[in-house]
Design a binder for this molecule. Structure first.
Ligand code: T5A
Length: 221
């Protein structure tokens, strides 16, 4: 039986990495085999492209080229990490995926949606997530969290955009979640961690029934 594919999306410092890891631990405690991964990155080739993108080296080439680089990284990641894990019956939890391209490069970068959808068709095809948790937090609170976690290190390519950019980003993610309620659940990530953990678990249990997913037990989609 193929595994399940969960993605986390949202603005900077919205708690994606924190909750990816907490959810993975909880699923593993049920005996589920979980692969945790991220974008850009998640495979050796894609991690090289991640460095180019997040250093800002590709920014002067324009948003279309950045979009193509994100897609090249995704292609490698899907082929080498996500698809094989799902085919093995594992659950894959990915920190960012196609929705980040739709929002950062599409809604904010104004890249033609036809290019974005065309690249999605080639890189992802039918392999869309079963569930996407969209972490919603006010932009200033998310940036403050990200900056605290970063300590003295330099902000990356997208973190160093204006507050206005990050506010637009938040709205674009919320709109995207609203337009695809079958796949997406908007999580109020401004709440304390235990409340966010509960909201995520509720969404996962309602949509994917993980308690029935141990080896040999069929799960009804
Ligand atoms: N990108 C990516 C694109 O433009 N297009 C694409 O197609 C893709 C895939 C990736 C960048 O690339 C861009 C988007 C991004 O700018 P990244 O380094 O992977 O960059 O970073 P982000 O994904 O943005 O993630 P961050 O590391 O900034 O934030 P997270 O993972 O959302 O937040 P997290 O979990 O590290 O939490 C931050 C801090 O907040 C605390 C945590 O303990 C941590 O210290 N925290 C909370 N504090 C209080 N209450 C809560 N509920 C909390 N939850 C977490």
């Amino acid at each position: 039986m193929p595994g399940r594919f969960i993605t986390f999306e949202g603005g900077e410092g919205s708690g994606k990495s924190t909750h990816v890891s907490l959810l993975a631990d909880r699923l593993r405690s049920l005996g589920i085999d979980v692969v945790v991964t991220r974008e850009p990155g998640g495979s050796p080739g894609a991690e090289i492209i991640r460095h180019i993108l997040l250093s800002g080296a590709a920014k002067p080439l324009g948003p279309e080229t950045e979009t193509i680089l994100f897609a090249a990284a995704r292609d490698d990641h899907v082929r080498n990490t996500i698809a094989p894990a799902l085919a093995d019956g594992k659950w894959v939890i990915c920190d960012r995926f196609v929705d980040s391209t739709r929002v950062y490069q599409g809604a904010l970068g104004k890249v033609d949606p036809r290019l974005i959808r065309g690249l999605e068709r080639v890189t992802v095809g039918e392999l869309m997530p079963d569930l996407t948790l969209v972490m919603d937090v006010p932009a200033d609170a998310g940036l403050a969290r990200a900056s605290r976690r970063r300590g003295g290190a330099k902000a990356d390519r997208f973190e160093s955009e204006t507050l206005e950019f990050h506010e637009h980003l938040r709205k674009a993610f919320a709109t995207l979640a609203k337009l695809d309620p079958e796949r997406c659940v908007l999580i109020d990530a401004s709440k304390p961690k235990p409340a966010v953990v509960d909201a995520i678990w509720k969404a996962v249990t309602q949509r994917l029934a993980p308690t029935q997913a141990r080896a040999g037990v069929a799960v009804t989609p």
